[in-house]
Structures are given as structure tokens and as C-alpha cells.
Design a protein around this ligand. Structure first.
Ligand SMILES: *Cc1c(COP(=O)(O)O)cnc(C)c1O
Length: 457
């Protein structure tokens, strides 16, 4: 009898090297991408859209290679996921080794060490030196859902406060927590109740000090729900989809102080801003925050799906046994990759790389702002930078959104081998969140393409 299960002769795929350079050899998208796109239109629903329908065959470092052999400088990193670089060797090796050992058991049936190691690393690297515990889940939205669940159980309260311009995901609860109905919630109701949206700090537009913006947020929440009915306040320390708004100094610490005084769990959604993106493990550190719960996802596992809720042990332990978990949560392969990501951040001093990128990118963006008056604002921390585009002549007056210019710039950039993402409540922000592996040369090359794009507007 032949044992077909042992008949496999496959060996690990040999990676094709990817040169770290921009190269456009076809129209964008090219013929091979167009052919796949035709097939996709027949079988993938329109609700799943793609920013740039070039189909990616390989990626390494800061470069994407499509099926037509075009090479793109990737300034998006899968929306801040491949933070330490595409197909980072240490991540690939750790995941590959884990694939051969064990792929799945379900931690809530028979556990494994990698999950525990990720929890230890998160306890070590999230802000604050208090005792912390972590639950691992599959996605950012699931981390938000679990953070809210835990805060409700701990406080025995119902209300969830969020800020204007926030983005927290696409599940039923999280779509109620987003600022923008379109496209995230429109037509998908009924939405979860007991979610309260409060004004945020958006220095370029509101001009408020941190203290004044916090007073406005607090007064609003006390009026529409009341502190005693709030289980948690969920904030992105630097808002992601909203447009990389860095809040005014002291804004978030004042909110945290109010939460603590009123028994409200302060939850930092660091899904986009965390994991070394800003030159600290978590953006909270720049802003003087020690959140009760911290949410991690995107960059945590080098591209494998993993997310986490990490928080004060006494809060995390509020949930009853069996109340937290999920089939794939903390998958061993993703967990092994996350351990490698933490090791790479430490070993290669990637926090300094994020600061290097700020040092190269921010002055270049400020230079563009001096040349082009539609660039109203340049903002961000570390490798999380953005520019807000306004209508000509309104940069210091009405600051009227200019989403058309954003579309023109992203289109031109794509045609010339640079993938740059938009953001912003009004679609008028260009956001830059390259991998920390991007070189200064690639940044300069990408900025030169943006410069051409602005010049042609
Ligand atoms: C991406 C994102 C989420 C949702 O994460 P998913 O993994 O897409 O569910 C939540 N919050 C923030 C700040 C994000 O950037």
C-alpha cells in the first residue's frame, strides 16, 4: 500500500531576489494584471475594491513586483502591515520552521509556547510597567471588539465613546465606531447601539490647544451619555484612516486623566500606529499615555494575520473562562512570525530606522509644501507621515478639501511606479507609511515622482 501522505517531494520555494528599485515596463496595470482582473470581476464582489489593481507576484523590503514585472516603491506597506519589510528573512524563517512543527491546535484546546511568548513580548513593549495580560485574535476589528467586551465586563457599563475621524474596522460593532458612514456602514445597519461619537483634536482645522480640545470632548460626552455609563473610550493616538492627525499637546493625556477619574477604561487603538511605526514601539509613548488596554494588529506579525488586546491584568481577567478566544486566534505560525518581528525590531534597531525615515521624508514633504500651495499641512511622527491637500489659495483660510488632487497624484505616482495611499475623512490626505526597510534613496526617488505629479496638476 502506497502512503500518499508521505509522497510529497516538494521543497520550500526558492525566493526570487527583488532588487530595491522602481521599474515600470508596461502600462499600469499591465496586460497580465488586466487578464487576472477580468477573472476577478466575475468572482469577487464589487464591495471588495482595490486601490491599484496590479496583481502582485513577489515583494521584498520596500518593493512590490507585479505579474507584468513592474516594480513599485511601496509607500503603503499593506496599510502599515509589512512594517519591518516585505518577506523579511527572519519572519519567513520563523514562519517556515513553525509550519513544519505545528500549524494549528487551537490555544483554547491544547496550548503552545509561541502564544505565551507573544504575550510576554507585548507585556514588555506596550507602555507602562504594570502587570499585563494579552489575548490574541485574528484581526484589528476583532481586537477592538474584544477590548470593548473586556471593558464592559470589567466596568459593568454599556457605553463606548469614540472620536470623530476614527476608524476601527468593518465588523458590526466597529462599523458603528467609525466616523465615516460611507463606505463603511452605509446600508449595512442596524448598527450596534451605545456608541457615542465625540469631537476630537484636529489642530490644522480646529486650532484648539490640547486642553481646550479635551474640555470640548469631555463636555460633549458628559452631556450625551454621562461618564458613569461609559465602559471605555477608544482612541487612535494618531488617527490612521482619518488622515494621520497628531492631536494637540496634552489632549489625550487630559482624556486619559478624565477616564481614570471616572472609572472609564482608556483603550488605545494602536493597530496602525503601533509596532515601531512611529519610532517608538507604540505612539502612546510620544504622547505621554499609559493606556489601560492597547490594541495591536497590522504590523505585529510581518504580514501574517494576528492581533492582540494587551492590558492591565485586573481588567483583562474580568472576562470569565471561555469568554475570550476563537478558532484561529493566536495561530502558531502567525505567533512565531510575531516573535521574529519583535526580535528584528530589537536586533536591527528599527525604532531608529523609523526616525531616520522621518528625518528624510518630512523635510522633503515640507519642501514640496513650499513649492505647492495646495499642500496645507504636513504632519506625522516617524514613518507615519501625511500631507493634507486643500483647494488653491485656501491653505491658511478655509482649508477646503482637495480630494481631486489626491486622486491625480496617486494615479500619476502609480503610473510611474510609486504606490502611495490616500486617507482622510474628505479623501484629501496622502499618507506615507513605508516599511522601515526603505532606503533614503528610494524615499528621494519616490518624492521626485510626487514632485512631478504636483508640477503637472
Ligand atoms: C486597520 C485598522 C483597524 C481594523 O483592522 P482590521 O485588521 O482591518 O480588522 C482598526 N483600527 C485601526 C486604527 C486600523 O488602522
Amino acid at each position: 500500500m502506497t502512503d500518499i501522505l508521505t509522497a510529497s517531494t516538494s521543497s520550500p520555494a526558492q525566493a526570487v531576489p527583488v532588487s530595491q528599485e522602481r521599474r515600470v515596463v508596461t502600462a499600469i496595470p499591465g496586460p497580465a494584471s488586466r487578464a487576472i482582473h477580468e477573472r476577478r470581476l466575475a468572482v469577487v464582489p464589487t464591495g471588495v475594491s482595490s486601490v491599484l489593481p496590479v496583481y502582485i507576484a513577489r515583494a521584498h523590503g520596500a518593493i512590490l513586483v507585479d505579474v507584468d514585472d513592474n516594480q513599485f516603491i511601496d509607500l503603503g506597506a499593506g496599510i502599515g502591515v509589512t512594517t519591518i519589510g516585505h518577506t523579511d528573512e527572519a519572519v519567513v524563517d520563523a514562519a517556515a520552521a513553525q509550519l513544519h512543527n505545528v500549524i494549528h491546535t487551537l490555544f483554547t484546546v491544547t496550548p503552545y509556547e509561541e502564544y505565551v511568548r507573544v504575550a510576554e513580548l507585548l507585556a514588555e513593549h506596550t507602555p507602562g510597567s504594570h502587570a499585563k495580560k494579552t489575548v490574541l485574535v485574528n484581526s484589528g476589528a476583532e481586537a477592538v471588539e474584544n477590548g470593548v467586551k473586556i471593558a464592559r465586563k470589567y466596568t459593568g457599563r454599556r457605553g463606548v465613546a469614540v472620536l470623530d475621524h476614527a476608524y476601527h474596522g468593518r465588523t458590526n460593532l466597529t462599523m458603528a465606531m467609525n466616523f465615516k458612514a460611507m463606505p463603511y456602514a452605509a446600508g449595512f445597519g442596524p448598527l450596534a447601539g451605545d456608541v457615542y461619537h465625540a469631537p476630537s483634536s484636529y489642530p490644522y482645522h480646529d486650532g484648539l490647544s490640547g486642553a481646550d480640545a479635551a474640555a470640548r470632548t469631555i463636555a460633549y460626552l458628559e452631556k450625551i451619555v454621562g461618564a458613569s455609563d461609559l465602559a471605555c473610550l477608544v482612541v487612535e493616538p494618531i488617527q490612521g484612516e482619518g488622515g494621520f492627525m497628531v492631536p494637540a499637546d496634552g489632549y489625550l493625556p487630559a482624556l486619559q486623566e478624565w477616564c481614570t477619574a471616572n472609572g472609564i477604561v482608556f483603550i488605545a487603538d494602536e493597530i496602525q500606529s503601533g509596532m515601531a511605526r512611529t519610532g517608538a514601539y507604540y505612539a502612546s509613548e510620544h504622547l505621554g499615555l499609559v493606556p489601560d488596554l492597547v490594541l495591536s494588529a497590522k504590523g505585529i506579525a510581518g504580514g501574517l494575520p494576528l492581533a492582540a488586546v494587551t492590558g492591565r491584568a485586573e481588567i483583562m481577567d474580568a472576562a470569565q473562562p471561555g469568554g475570550l478566544g476563537g478558532t484561529f486566534g493566536g495561530n502558531p505560525v502567525a505567533a512565531a512570525a510575531a516573535v521574529a518581528v519583535f526580535e528584528q525590531i530589537g536586533k536591527n534597531n528599527l525604532l531608529a530606522e523609523a526616525r531616520r525615515i522621518e528625518g528624510t521624508l518630512k523635510p522633503a514633504l515640507l519642501e514640496l509644501q513650499r513649492k505647492y500651495d495646495i499642500i496645507g499641512d504636513v504632519r506625522g511622527i516617524g514613518a507615519m507621515q501625511a500631507i493634507e491637500l486643500v483647494q488653491p489659495g485656501t491653505a491658511s483660510t478655509t482649508k477646503e478639501p482637495n480630494p481631486g488632487a489626491v486622486r491625480a497624484i496617486t494615479d500619476y505616482a502609480a503610473q510611474h511606479g510609486v504606490l502611495v495611499l490616500s486617507a482622510g475623512t474628505y479623501g484629501n490626505v496622502l499618507r506615507f507609511l513605508p516599511s522601515l526597510a526603505i532606503t533614503d534613496e528610494l524615499i528621494a526617488d519616490a518624492v521626485s515622482v510626487l514632485d512631478e505629479a504636483f508640477a503637472r496638476l
